[in-house]
Write a protein that binds this ligand. Structure first.
Ligand SMILES: *Cc1c(COP(=O)(O)O)cnc(C)c1O
Length: 364
């Protein structure tokens, strides 16, 4: 990334940009067009609304947490007529509810959902939701910012119309790039051209991308970084990146249970992040703070009304068992110092067991 002094209208840059677009298709597992924006993930979320919908269009928002609430706010900000299917924090919205809403109102033009609701650590059943959307006039728009690289999303096979990612999650570089894929069905809706967008013009980005160019000055340093992590993902294999996150998630959950902690997610837990309830009488503020002050480890608090109630341990991208052994050992010490009864090593032992079971006899 320190090689950032690369001009964006040169052959060097065109080779870099084309390689990144190809690498993103591999990472996402799709043959659909992929576009990149210099923005955080929300920019790509906004582009899906502004380029594919008009004010007054009916939309269905699947909302199971803070990021679902972002879909609700954004679709409303663009004047869409929004119906929200809500689930309490920690729960998921079932695909049956989506199917029912689509049957009741065939005028719905789009279904907005999170693959992984990172605020609660819950996953949605995207495959079943895609089946419900298929054959309707609606587009399925998936915020997969933490779903990509942590779960098996078959974009082409399931027919996911828009899938959105961000650079700072399993793509393993700092924030500042967003990307998304568009299905042919979604492209049909990008025409006729609407008003209400300019920077996030999907068609301009598609046409630019075909020539290896970004319509505006892109974040070249981030693209250089992304090219490297995408090379690493290719070397590792996208399936292995996903399975790594899934195995670490399983080990984290089992360690939490071994420590008598309650998992916050009901239904399918996310592989990107595990959310855990603070024990009775303990604030997760103190747990998060001690991770930082005692060990220099960063874990996340709950957001909104979940702040103080839950804490979240991420395990996606560059994260491995060596990290998890440390994090769980730290957690045991922190719980002990907060007056909880802890048998040291109980959580760590469970992580070791999950590792050994998965590594098998080869120990690889
Ligand atoms: C991290 C995250 C985002 C982030 O959006 P930004 O614009 O990059 O802040 C959006 N959705 C989900 C599900 C996320 O996990």
């Amino acid at each position: 990334m320190a090689g950032a002094d690369i001009h964006h209208r040169t052959e060097d840059f065109r080779a870099l940009y084309s390689g990144v677009l190809e690498g993103l298709k591999y990472f996402m597992g799709t043959t659909n067009d992929v576009m990149v924006f210099t923005s955080s993930g929300t920019g790509a979320m906004e582009s899906a609304i502004s380029n594919l919908f008009s004010a007054g269009d009916k939309a269905l928002v699947v909302c199971a947490g803070k990021f679902g609430e972002r879909w609700t706010e954004m679709t409303r900000a663009f004047g869409l007529q929004v119906q929200v299917l809500e689930a309490p924090y920690g729960d998921a919205v079932t695909p049956e509810r989506v199917a029912e809403a689509l049957q009741t109102d065939p005028g719905i033009r789009g279904v907005f959902v999170q693959a992984t609701e990172s605020s609660t650590g819950v996953s949605h059943d995207i495959e079943a939701m895609a089946r419900a959307v298929k054959g309707t006039d609606a587009l399925l728009i998936v915020d997969a910012i933490t779903g990509l690289g942590t779960s098996h999303l078959d974009i082409d096979g399931w027919g996911l119309d828009v899938v959105i990612g961000g650079s700072q999650k399993a793509a393993m570089i700092p924030p500042g790039l967003a990307f998304l894929s568009l299905s042919p069905k979604a492209w049909e809706r990008a025409e006729p051209r609407r008003s209400g967008y300019f920077y996030f013009d999907l068609l301009k980005h598609k046409k630019g991308g075909e020539k290896g160019e970004s319509p505006w000055t892109p974040a070249t340093s981030l693209l250089l970084g992304l090219a490297e992590t995408l090379r690493y993902i290719r070397e590792l294999g996208r399936e292995n990146l996903i399975e790594n996150a899934q195995l670490l998630a399983k080990a984290t959950r089992e360690a939490a249970v071994a420590l008598d902690l309650e998992l916050f997610a009901k239904g399918i837990p996310a592989a990107a992040v595990t959310s855990i309830r603070a024990p009775n009488g303990v604030s997760s503020n103190d747990i998060v703070k001690q991770f930082k002050t005692r060990f220099g480890s960063i874990i996340a608090n709950g957001q909104g009304s979940m702040k103080g109630e839950i804490f979240r341990i991420a395990h996606l991208g560059y994260f491995d068992f060596a990290d998890l052994f440390g994090v769980i050992a730290e957690l045991e010490i922190i719980l002990h110092s907060l007056g909880q009864k802890v048998e040291f090593g109980q959580g760590v032992r469970r992580v070791q067991q999950v590792y050994v079971e998965a590594a098998g006899s080869q120990g690889s």
